[in-house]
Ligand binder design. Structure first.
Ligand code: APR
Ligand code: PHB
Length: 394
């Protein structure tokens, strides 16, 4: 058995774990990140791609924004398309300058890994068997094996940043967590398309046939989504069917059509809203998807994870600087206040734009009336915009 010691043991090298390790490093606090997948897998997983203004600002202020500022798309707002018409929400104008930044999650991950490794950070990939011990004690530890040897890292604190299927949340004693969730009767069919952008800004469309989203990744690669049955199989979706569905759902009175191109990736994801409370037990702190999940509409997942670890890094900094434990004690409550607003917004945008089999004609008329309202009342538009570009961190 080999034994090591570190201030903060972090499980998971997603956006939460990597950013936490980076923020702690800037505060002079050492950490080790244990990740079960390979670096290639972590850097190659396609997820959502919209960053809130606060996320962009934090990455920029902490020295991880250089490539983002070169390669991301910065949009003033988004389009909402319904009943054959398109309405623009100018978020930049409505929120005093905040923009919509389109930059894929795996690009954020690549930038964070690069900055950590350049600073001598300790990220260990391909560790499949992390186990937690002593989370109720002052000296919790992470156990795992590597190179055929049993290993143990003793920590002051453990950060559970290991996503929705991780090991950390399940290490809590039974009955300590309360779970709040909602599963939606639809999923997203996501495709990557080799084509130039069909639109200068994202298009969120709702149609009798269901939701569609036009997003982008680069001047030559587009990302698009269709509402689908979550239990459907990509094999049922030849390219022709995908394009005819996009054309139908995105159609406008003035004959707009998406620019088509070769489809290079197809993926179906289910949709759920989920929160576990509290986000702390003893010396274990949960952050990001390990504690809460949102449906992808509005792309809040990464941004909520960033807000969590920002608070956790500050709380740990206060602890190491001045033995002040008050921020650690408040961590869960402070996070959850903002998380629930993100949950509310993601649920609201999802139910506003998707069609459900249980919907009645009344529900559809109500959706259309709400869309008309939020694209014509400045008060309603401002509310939409401030949530979309991100509520203040504190
Ligand atoms: N041991 C070590 N690492 C693990 C384990 C484990 N037992 N289980 C999971 N992991 C790793 C995963 O492989 C992944 O790289 O933890 C990481 C968790 O990352 P994410 O799932 O990306 O979660 P998080 O960092 O909280 O990011 C928030 O925003 O857009 C959303 O859901 C999306 O991933 C996104 C999230
Ligand atoms: C994406 O580009 O992947 C994306 C964009 C906007 C969303 C969700 C996902 O609301």
């Amino acid at each position: 058995m080999t034994s090591e010691r570190v201030a903060v043991g972090i499980v998971g090298a997603g956006p939460a774990g990597l950013l936490l390790s980076h923020l702690l490093h800037l505060a002079g606090i050492d950490s080790i990140v244990l990740e079960n997948r390979t670096r290639e897998d972590v850097e190659g997983t396609i997820r959502a791609g919209v960053l809130e203004q606060g996320t962009v600002d934090l990455l920029t202020e902490t020295g991880v924004g250089e490539r983002l500022h070169r390669e991301a798309f910065f949009h003033r707002g988004v389009y909402l398309r319904f009943a054959g018409t398109t309405r623009h929400i100018d978020m930049q104008e409505l929120t005093g300058g905040k923009r919509v930044t389109v930059y894929a999650q795996h690009e954020v991950i690549k930038d964070l890994i690069a900055v950590r490794l350049a600073a001598g950070g300790d990220i260990r990939f391909g560790i499949p068997d992390v186990a937690l011990e002593g989370i109720d004690s002052q000296r919790p530890a992470l156990r795992f094996s590597g190179g055929g040897v049993a290993r143990r890292i003793e920590c002051d604190f453990i950060a559970g940043c290991d996503g929705s299927h991780g090991v950390c949340r399940h290490s809590l004693p039974r009955g300590t967590l309360q779970r709040f969730d909602r599963v939606y009767p639809f999923g997203w069919f996501g495709v990557s398309v080799e084509a130039p952008p069909s639109s200068d800004e994202l298009i969120y469309a709702t149609h009798e046939r269901g939701f569609a989203l036009v997003s982008t990744r680069s001047p030559t690669l587009q990302r698009m989504y269709l509402q689908c049955d979550p239990n459907d199989d990509v094999a049922n979706w030849p390219d022709d069917r995908i394009w005819s569905e996009f054309r139908a759902r995105l159609e406008t009175h003035d004959g707009w059509a998406p620019i088509e191109g070769p489809i290079t990736q197809k993926l179906i994801v289910g949709m759920r809203s989920l929160v576990h409370e509290p986000m702390r037990h003893g010396r274990l702190f949960l952050a990001g998807d390990a504690a809460h999940i949102v449906p992808p509409t509005g792309a809040k997942g990464l941004n909520l994870a960033v807000a969590d670890v920002r608070l956790l890094a500050r709380a740990l900094d206060a602890f190491y600087r001045s033995k002040d434990e008050s921020r650690l004690a408040r961590y869960s409550d402070d996070c959850l206040r903002r998380i629930w607003k993100g949950q509310r917004f993601s649920w609201w945008l999802t139910t506003l734009l998707h069609r459900s089999e249980s919907d009645t004609p009344f529900d559809r008329r109500r959706q259309l009336a709400e869309l008309d309202y939020i694209t014509s009342s400045r008060a309603a538009m401002t509310s939409f915009a401030e949530n979309y570009v991100g509520l203040p961190f504190e």
